[in-house]
Design a protein around this ligand. Structure first.
Ligand SMILES: C[S@@+](CC[C@H](N)C(=O)[O-])C[C@H]1O[C@@H](n2cnc3c(N)ncnc32)[C@H](O)[C@@H]1O
Length: 295
């Protein structure tokens, strides 16, 4: 890709796709397109309209460096571009937040099924461990009257969520608060509580894909078992839900049945396990009985 010869957009995409393929990158063509679009300060769609356009050496130099960091250092594309699309929202991401995953769109989809289509005024949701704000912002973008409280223990993550809310024009409908689990919402009840908490076991660190090594440990690891925060969320949710309010949790596939059991034991009804696009159990939801939770 170096030297004085002419390289077009298509030449670069083909070369880089093959290169990433040899390096064992999961989505070589997509990654090549995202990085080239970033290096050329354009978007992926425009690349398709400009396949034959020659790329200048200065732009190629910028692209070469991105390709090197992606391939050799395994830095996720979102960290190289500072952006990740989630639920069609262009979110800003940094090393302080988990890069939102397509799996988490299963949680958004399931949560929308629990919110009336017109989003009755006064409906409030709580997103525990909001990170980039992905889940709360996706729900707010779909239900114009909805209000959200979104919490995180990490101040730097909340700053990213605030920036995303601002860029999407949703700052007026989201209240960002710092603190663990339900501590920032003492005495408050919500129509819906959602969370994609850390759910990996500390011992799993060595088995992770190289890309996950670049994600914040605080977003990934819960404790020795991996289920510690899921268990605490199920145990603590009832006093923060209105009667017939719903709790939805993202889980690792192997955790779904145990979390469903905890929800049953905690008095939730209508418990469902929702599969992700790969048909793996990914979200557990339940509705609080009519009498509501203990205060
Ligand atoms: C798996 S990430 C999810 C981020 C985002 N909700 C998403 O789905 O992309 C978990 C988030 O929970 C936060 N977190 C970790 N422990 C927490 C706790 N005890 N209470 C609240 N948030 C916590 C982390 O800082 C991180 O932002």
């Amino acid at each position: 890709m170096s030297g004085a010869e002419t390289w077009t957009v298509l030449d670069l995409l083909r070369w880089t796709t093959a290169h990433f393929g040899r390096q064992g990158i999961d989505s070589p063509r997509l990654d090549a397109e995202c990085l080239l679009a970033h290096a050329l300060a354009t978007d992926r769609l425009r690349l398709y309209l400009e396949f034959d356009k020659p790329v200048e050496e200065s732009e190629r130099a910028r692209f070469r460096e991105l390709v090197r960091r992606r391939g050799a250092e395994r830095i996720p594309v979102a960290h190289l571009t500072g952006r990740k699309e989630f639920w069609s929202l262009p979110l800003r991401v940094t090393r302080d937040v988990l890069t939102p995953r397509p799996d988490t769109e299963t949680l958004v989809q399931a949560a929308l099924g629990n919110l009336s289509a017109d989003g009755a005024a006064g409906t409030r949701i709580l997103d525990v461990g909001t990170g980039s704000g992905a889940i709360a912002l996706a729900l707010l973008s779909e239900r114009p009257k909805l209000q959200a409280v979104a919490t995180d223990v990490c101040a730097a993550a909340l700053a990213v969520a605030e920036e995303n809310a601002g860029e999407l024009g949703l700052l007026g409908r989201i209240d960002l608060r710092r603190g663990p689990l339900f501590e920032p919402v003492a005495g408050e009840r919500f129509d819906l509580v959602v969370s994609n908490p850390p759910y990996l076991a500390a011992g799993e660190a060595g088995d992770l894909a190289a890309e996950l090594a670049h994600e914040p440990g605080l977003a990934l690891f819960a404790g020795p078992a991996g289920t510690e925060l899921l268990e605490a969320l199920v145990a603590g949710a009832s006093p923060h839900l209105v009667p017939e309010g719903s709790l939805l949790l993202e889980v690792a596939p192997a955790q779904a049945s145990v979390v469903a059991g905890w929800m049953r034991a905690a008095g939730f009804e209508n418990i469902r396990v929702h599969d992700d696009l790969g048909r793996r159990p990914r979200v557990v939801s339940g509705r609080l009985a009519r009498r509501g939770g203990d205060a």
